[in-house]
Design a protein around this ligand. Structure first.
Ligand code: DER
Length: 235
């Protein structure tokens, strides 16, 4: 089974939690994309009715529109029944790193408004501790003096061997700009950052920071698709 096969298996399992009449948070990324496609298919087959989708990015909004999924937003639906979304890392306590796809702010707003948040991953996302993959821990920052903010983030985690890098896109390496018009500074750690709540509060204390990609105590269920089958972990 390819990694994408595993993502699809996890996504389809998560869509089994969807019932007609639900307001759904629609996630972003290559795993969530399968869930959105499956929801669209079940609506088209008449197996799901009266669904309202709340997209977590412009790209998911476009996918949902192309599938005919009725859409709304948090202003009209401040309480959401169920969100389905991927993750970049999952620790043993169901804490997540998200945002390598650049949508962490709207994802955190939507998933923070949900009664249930089902996270879908292939087994490659499992880590012993957040930041443990050595891959990016995204932080959304305002553009104004982003270098200053990046420097403060890097100094904050000096003991963890942190390196802060501005996320760029395109051939010319121009700064990546989020749906919200902000930049992303990616943090790379060599060692554990210790207490995640302490780290989260310290990051959010920096005035130029908008939000970070640690989703602590937010997922209610994590569905993991692996070579040996599916594992469902619930809080
Ligand atoms: O950027 C994001 O938050 C995505 O949801 C990410 O966490 C998972 O993306 P993937 O399903 O493409 O690996």
């Amino acid at each position: 089974l390819s990694q994408d096969d595993l993502k699809k298996i996890a996504a389809y399992k998560a869509v089994e939690y969807v019932e007609s009449g639900m307001v759904l948070g629609l996630g972003t990324g290559s795993t969530a994309k399968h869930a959105v496609a499956r929801i669209g298919e079940l609506i088209r087959q008449g197996k799901l009715k009266n669904i309202i989708g709340i997209p977590t990015s412009t790209i998911t909004h476009e996918q949902a529109v192309s599938l005919g999924i009725p859409l709304s937003d948090l202003d009209s639906h401040p309480v959401i029944d169920l969100a389905i979304d991927g993750a970049d890392e999952v620790d043993p306590y169901l804490n997540l790193v998200k945002g390598r796809g650049g949508s962490l702010l709207r994802e955190k707003m939507v998933e923070g408004a949900c009664k249930k948040f089902v996270c879908i991953v292939d087994e490659s996302k499992l880590v012993n501790y957040l930041g443990g993959s050595g891959l990016a821990m995204p932080v959304e920052v305002i553009r104004f003096c982003w270098k200053f903010t990046a420097g403060r983030l890097q100094n904050l985690f000096e003991e963890s061997g942190c390196v802060a890098k501005l996320r760029t896109s395109g051939e010319k390496g121009e700064p990546y700009v989020t749906d919200n018009g902000n930049y992303i500074v990616d943090l790379y750690f060599k060692k554990s950052i210790g207490d995640l709540r302490v780290a989260s509060d310290a990051i959010l204390n920096i005035a130029g920071v908008v939000e970070h990609g640690m989703f602590l105590d937010m997922a209610t269920t994590v569905i993991v698709a692996g070579e040996l089958g599916l594992t469902v972990k619930s809080k």
